[in-house]
Design a binder for this molecule. Structure first.
Ligand SMILES: [Zn+2]
Length: 368
């Protein structure tokens, strides 16, 4: 094997195993893993290192290589150079396809034929689609109150759906229980280190596009931070003589554990209220520390915005730039003004924003 699993807490390394999802050391309290390679990257080619025995085993449903466009009206309005990376142009309409393709490809290499996952939306749809493509049976646990459109998409691809009443965490507990009872790998997009390795392709594409003039800032809507972490890993791994953009994490003010972690405040999972930005509403993100570390390592910031601001920006994006972003993906734009006011972003700087999901995933309720 050319790679190992490494616990983010004790730093011990383990041989890769699809059934090993968190660290077994008692003091580590189920800490998550990341993948570390025992081979070096080939900087000349500028391609991500991938955790597969053979790169031909990477499932290709057309994920990645999403367009980067300049947002002219908003650039003028804010006196910035704002670029959008259209992640909704991935096969299932969200960036999650980058992670799913890698995770499912790795599981297939291990001979896995059946998986268990819990998701309230985009990751579930993505994993369901990639499972269908690669003839894998998938059991997806969703909260009973998950958005109907998202659940319909998961179901359409042929996954077996389990609707679990109660808070979001109940779906996770049920999925873990089911996986243990049936000896099936719990293939959580929030926990799997393979998922993050897939999202690295985002960072490589940005590096290749901007070459010697990388953006000053990349602003991410963040739930568990997989795109933020993958992007940073890409910049570190590519090891080019370029400036790493400041990585900013945006959350909903109703539910912002990563902002709390970054601010070194105590997050109490009971202190939350429902948010319209369901794609970034994760009460206990397993990669909360890792996400906050990426923000501080790149001298970025972690900021929360209100639901009203998010709703307003979904409309502004559509009407000023013709972009129909998923409500969650509009949160980043709601943060720009605050960041300028606090001197986090200065006039004329360049800003890249991933539009992480497509608007029809969870259409606005106030339009007919
Ligand atoms: Zn450990």
């Amino acid at each position: 094997m050319k790679y190992k699993f490494q616990c983010l807490k004790c730093q011990n390394t383990f041989d890769p195993n699809p059934l090993l999802i968190t660290c077994n050391e008692t003091s580590c309290c189920n800490e998550v893993f990341e993948i570390v390679y025992t081979t070096n990257s080939n900087n000349a080619v500028l391609e991500p290192l991938i955790p597969l025995l053979d790169s031909v085993n990477l499932i290709n449903m057309g994920q990645g290589n999403t367009p980067i466009i300049k947002l002219n009206s908003l650039s003028k309005e804010f006196d910035l150079n704002i670029y959008a990376k259209l992640e909704y142009m991935n096969p299932t309409g969200s960036f999650k396809d980058r992670g799913s393709s890698m995770m499912i490809s790795a599981l297939k290499e291990f001979g896995i034929k059946e998986i268990v996952e819990d998701s309230s939306g985009n990751a579930g749809a993505s994993i369901s689609a990639y499972s269908a493509f690669s003839k894998l049976k998938s059991h997806i646990f969703v909260p009973e109150n998950a958005p109907k459109n998202k659940v319909a998409q998961i179901e359409l691809y042929g996954s077996k759906i389990y609707k679990i009443p109660g808070p979001r965490d109940n779906a996770t507990e049920s999925a873990i229980k089911f996986s243990k009872q049936n000896s099936l790998p719990y293939s959580s997009h929030n926990l799997s280190p393979y998922f993050i390795e897939g999202t690295k392709s985002f960072g490589y594409e940005v590096i290749n596009f901007f070459k010697n003039e990388q953006p000053n800032h990349i602003i991410f809507p963040v739930g568990n931070g997989s795109l933020l972490i993958g992007s940073y890993k890409a910049y570190k791994e590519a090891n080019q003589n370029i400036n790493i953009p400041k990585h900013h994490a945006i959350q909903s003010a109703n539910l912002s554990p990563i902002v709390f972690e970054y601010e070194k405040l105590k997050w109490n999972p009971e202190d939350w209220t429902p948010t319209i930005a369901n794609g970034i509403a994760i009460l206990n993100p397993p990669r909360v520390k890792q996400s906050a570390l990426v923000v501080s390592n790149t001298k970025g910031s972690a900021i929360s915005v209100t639901d009203e601001e998010i709703i307003d920006w979904q409309i502004q994006l559509a009407q000023k730039e013709g972009i129909f972003a998923e409500i969650t993906a509009s949160a980043t734009f709601a943060a720009i003004k605050k960041m300028q006011k606090n001197n986090i972003i200065k006039n004329k700087e360049s800003v890249l924003i991933p539009i992480t999901g497509f608007g029809l995933k969870d259409p606005p309720k106030n339009f007919n």
